[in-house]
Each structure stands twice: as C-alpha cells, then as structure tokens.
Write a protein that binds this ligand. Sequence first.
Ligand code: HMG
Length: 474
Amino acid sequence: MSRLSGDTATGKSSKRSTSTGKSSENALRRETVGIDDISVYIPKLYLPVTGEFAASRGIDPAKLTRGIGIERMAVPDVHEDAATMAAMSLLELMRRANLKPEEIGKIYVGTESAVDEAKALGTYVIGMLEQVYGAGSFQDCATVEFKSACIGTTQALEALSYWAAAEEEDKVGVVIASDVAKYPLRSAGEYTQGAGSVSLLVKKNPRLIALEGIFGSFTRDENDFFRPLGATTAVVNGKHSNQCYLDAMQGAFDAFAAKARRKGVIVPKEGECVTDFFSHLLFHIPYPRMVEYASAAIFEHYWQGQARWKEVEAEIGAEPKPGDYESPDKFQAAKSDYSRQFAKSKHFLDAFKSKVLDTTSISRLVGNIYTGSIYLGLASLIEQERVKSGDRLCFGAYGSGCSALVFSGLVQSDAASVPKRDLFQRLERRTQIPLADYERLHEGLKEKSIIAPSQEFALTEIDHQGYRHYGWIG
Ligand code: HMG
C-alpha cells in the first residue's frame, strides 16, 4: 500500500497537523501513517519477586532478577480488570493528545483477558469514557476486539493502519492493549505475571513513528500456551513456548526481510545484513531474558556468512559441522551449545546492549502485560530518550498458539515534541503489597480494594446476569 510507504525513507513526516487538524499541504504530499502518541497505564500495586516471594517459592532471587530478568510484578487491585485498565490508558491518551470523542473513528482492542465471551471489551471502555465525555459522545466510533494471544494488538495495529491510510474525514484510530497475565500460584509461569494497558494513537502524518507498510508473518498451530474456556489462568508448556517464540520470530523475520528487499526498502549490500538497518529491535517481552534469547537467535542467523562472523569465530571457535558428530542428536546438542556461546560473545552482547536492552527496562518493573508488552518496550525507549529522528525501528511481535509479525517504522522528525510520560517516576510511586495480599488478590478472595479507587475507572458491580458495571470514581 503506497500511502503507507510515503516519504518515510527520510524519516520525516509531512508538515505536522494537530491530531485532527487538516493541512492542505499534507493533501498534496504522499502521507505517512503510524503511531502519533502512546500512553501507558500500570496498576498502583506491585509485588517484588525477590524477598518474601522468592523465599516462599524456594527460588534463588538471582534466578528471577538475572535468569528471568524480573524485579517487580504489577498486580491489579479488586476494582481493576482489562476493561478498567484499557479505559485508563485511553483516557490518558485522549488528554495527552487533546482528542475529542467525535474525532476517533475506530477503537481496536487487543486482549486475551476479555471480560465477556461475546460483548466487545471496547463497548465497556466506551461506556466508561462516556461517563467523562458525555452520554453518546462515542456513538460514531466503531470498536472490535482482536484475540490472538500476545500478538492481538499488533494485528490490530496493522489492520488499523490500513483503515487510517484510507480514512478521508480526518478521523483517527486508537489501538488499545490491555491484559492481566495470570498463571497458577507456585507455577513456573507465576514470576512472569504482570498487568497493564497501552494505548496507541494511529493516524496519518504521525509525530512518533511512520510505519513502512512491510509486515512479515509466520503462523503454526501450537499448544505452547492457551487458556481453555472458563479457566482464569493460562496453561503453558514453558520450554516449548520459548522454542515456538524463537521459531515463529525467525520465520516472520525472514518473511519481513524478503518483502523489504522485494520492495526495495531494505536491500543489504555486500557485507551488510538486514539487522544492520535497525537502530533498535523491539521484541515481545514475556520476560526480559526471552528478548535476549530472541536477539541472539536473530543476530546469529543473519550474521553467519558475513565477514564479521570471522571475528565471532575468533572469539568462540568455529561452528560445529554435521560430519564431525556421530549422530544428528549429538550435532544438534553441539549446535545448541554453540548458540549459547554466541549469546555470551562480546560481539553479540555489544549489539544487544546498543540495540535491544533498553526496550526491557519497564518490563523488568512490571512483568508481562501480554499483548501490550512490545509497546511497553517502545515506551521504555522513548522515556529513556533512546530514539531519535530518522531511526528505523524493527518490531517483532509474538503470540502463542502461535504466530509472529515483524514490521518496521521510522522515527519522525517531530518525535521529540511529544511530551514524556514520567513512567519511571510513576512506577516508583506504586505501593508494594505483602505476599499474602497478592495471593488473596490472585485467587479472587479479597473483597475490598487495597487502595480505594480515586480519580479512576473502577468495576463497581457484577450483577445477577453477569453484566459488569463500571464507574468513574472522582
Ligand atoms: P524456568 O523453569 O523458571 O526456567 O522457566 P529455567 O530454569 O530454564 O531458568 C531460566 C534461566 O534462569 C536460565 O538461564 C537459568 O540458567 C537461569 P539460561 O540458562 O537460559 O541462560 N538461572 C539462574 N540465573 C541466576 N542465578 C540462579 C539461576 N538459576 C537458574 N540461581 C519459563 C522459565 C519462562 C519457561 C517459565 O517462567 C514460564 O513457563 N513462563 C510462562 C511462559 C512464557 O513466558 N513463555 C515465553 C515464550 S511464549 C510467549 O512469549 C507468549 C506469552 O507472552 C503469552 C501470549 O502469547 O499470550 C507467554
């Protein structure tokens, strides 16, 4: 779709219009489409994974902080669920961008924590927002839910970008990710839990990131992670899920690289490979170490055969060859061992540090927020001022079940004009809860909120029909 590619190769957007304003100059130019702003909502409660939690589970805290990469898990209070969190991040986005309800044409919600089997979560969100903006204020806005495990929001973003490119009445779209990541108590998934919501403002001539319109996908039927109807916690085959993530990411990356080459957008010359074209790579973050595994696999794959591989071999030795091993199993084991050595090599660690590590800073303090995790990575880069005009970003989304979607975007010249969110300071202001409170919240045994809601949306009642009632608590 040509309107998506526009003049993005320069990393410059057309002259900035306000979030809804018209610009005749824009009409004459090929317009870009992408992310204009981002807002994040994280619950006010958190549980440190070191201390009481690690001790009660008999886990060395270093395994959690270094082996998994997690320090704190965000915990939703009694009055919070995926709908309230989505409403909170949308409200913040609207206030940041000075958006009026009638300016929003579509709200696409990515979630795997749906609060109803039929009713779209976005309708509950609109109901909440109308308590602030007035009854009927969103009646022209369409909403739909995208469920595809952690990739739902990215599928929604792709779909919404096509709508935004075709939109002729200057309306904007919003993609909301909202999830509570929940595994059984005392399971190996427990320390990767988290909760939160991210909203993305999607429009023409965005201030932050123009999408380049190249999406590479990979899909395969897998049982790595799922939540059967009625279950409140996910079933996960942990090690298998890591492997599915790596396989799917590689497949989607290859599809992206081939498409980018065909379209003449990324055409590596002798001595170059596709990863060289990105300032940052943002992967789905189920836990920060997974991003390290993914980066190592991707860099190893694309660096092999390049001149730089000689330097890698000088550091960690030559790659195993099938003929040197008596069985395919022994060869595979040697290859896995070699990949582990690569992941510890100076060459890889330097690339990881400069292009990937900073995407995980917020996730270390929040945990997995499922479909919004990759966009927490984007917020993390922005808040740490790690992106600059002209940077090309690579996004690698993954959703269990399983599929991956890789796409790219260019940081726009107006990016620095988008106000910060003080996310790290906000995360510092959260309230630490004891293990006993966390466990009671997890099991749905707490009846009263730990922090009484104030200036926020809250679930106030589930009535005899199962209908959920939400209110703005002033
Ligand atoms: P585990 O059993 O905790 O992991 O399961 P482990 O024992 O393999 O240890 C992990 C790392 O800690 C290893 O590092 C250990 O060596 C290290 P590595 O060897 O790989 O470098 N370690 C230590 N480090 C320092 N000090 C120590 C120590 N001990 C060990 N004392 C697993 C981990 C992620 C599998 C588990 O937590 C789990 O099942 N989590 C949930 C599933 C998940 O997150 N899967 C990720 C891929 S699937 C995905 O991303 C989709 C998802 O987001 C859902 C969706 O799509 O909707 C989940």
